[in-house]
Design a protein around this ligand. Structure first.
Ligand SMILES: Nc1ncnc2c1ncn2[C@@H]1O[C@H](COP(=O)(O)OP(=O)(O)OP(=O)(O)O)[C@@H](O)[C@H]1O
Length: 265
């Protein structure tokens, strides 16, 4: 059964159709990748799902509930969290504080509860701390709990962002280029972590990724976007051997030269 069901999704910026009539279904507890050359519309697609942009056309349903028109925080509340292409941590906060901030979205106590430090607020705060610690341990960063996030090694900062997204207890997590800038060992660790997110937490994973080795070995299904439209969809070996997909990557001579990783399918 699909946990995420996207039908005919379209988004234009002026004359440019960044996402064009895309239909996309994600099975519950799947690990699915969205790939495509630079500018193909991948991040815009994530921005539509997470309420940052409103689509011109199309529907988005999470477990049967429509997400179109919801604000980003409401989408998180509905059960989708995400990480971003560029690291978005608060450098002057500790690893634990960064995660508690993520968990804050789920808390129900309001402004006056906080001012008055009501029982509800203290309960929520304790729960947020528990979740933060649990998620830090889950991603293997327990030892960095009280360290400023800026002092963490690069790969660990990316893991911290994943922990923060997980702290909202999502049904589905969207990872935007999680391996960007990672060395091969960090990428291997990331692969194991993504599998654990699905296997141990039961969270469905959708990732945008340019590292083809990671995509091909991790994904159960791959959707390829090109100029905003869905070019192909299928199992990793089907996508890898699809002549249209090869053309989309290699046909852009500049992309093959500048982004060698992308060109190697
Ligand atoms: N807010 C915006 N306003 C105008 N154009 C935009 C906006 N956001 C994205 N675009 C355009 O939409 C197209 C798709 O961009 P998008 O960032 O979604 O691609 P991408 O596949 O994620 O690329 P990359 O792999 O380089 O991150 C690009 O031509 C981009 O310039």
């Amino acid at each position: 059964m699909s946990i995420l069901d996207v039908q005919g999704l379209t988004k234009s910026f002026g004359g440019l159709t960044a996402v064009n009539d895309v239909t996309f279904q994600v099975p519950e507890r799947g690990i699915i990748s969205v790939i495509g050359p630079n500018g193909a519309g991948k991040t815009t697609f994530f921005n539509l799902i997470t309420g940052i942009y409103t689509p011109n056309k199309g529907t988005i349903q999470l477990a049967g509930k429509s997400l179109v028109g919801l604000r980003p925080d409401q989408v998180v509340d509905a059960g989708i969290s995400r990480t971003f292409q560029n690291i978005r941590l608060f450098p002057s906060m500790t690893a634990e504080e960064n995660i508690m901030l993520g968990r804050g979205v789920r808390l129900k106590s309001g402004y006056w509860d906080a001012i008055l430090r009501s029982g509800k607020f203290r309960h929520d705060e304790a729960e947020a701390l528990d979740t933060a610690r649990l998620m830090l341990d889950f991603v293997g960063l327990g030892k960095w709990r009280n360290e400023l996030s800026t002092n963490l090694p690069y790969g660990d900062q990316r893991k911290l962002e994943i922990a923060r997204a997980l702290a909202t207890t999502p049904k589905l997590i969207l990872l935007d280029e999680p391996a960007a800038g990672m060395n091969p060992r960090e990428t291997e660790d990331l692969k194991a972590l993504i599998r654990a997110i699905r296997d141990e937490l039961g969270v469905t994973v959708v990732l945008i990724e340019h590292d083809m080795r990671l995509v091909m070995t991790l994904s159960e299904n791959i959707t390829v976007l090109n100029y905003g439209s869905k070019l192909a969809e299928g199992l990793p070996h089907e996508v890898r051997n699809n002549p249209e997909v090869m053309e989309a990557y290699l046909g852009r001579g500049a992309a093959a030269g500048e982004h060698g990783k992308e060109a190697r399918l």
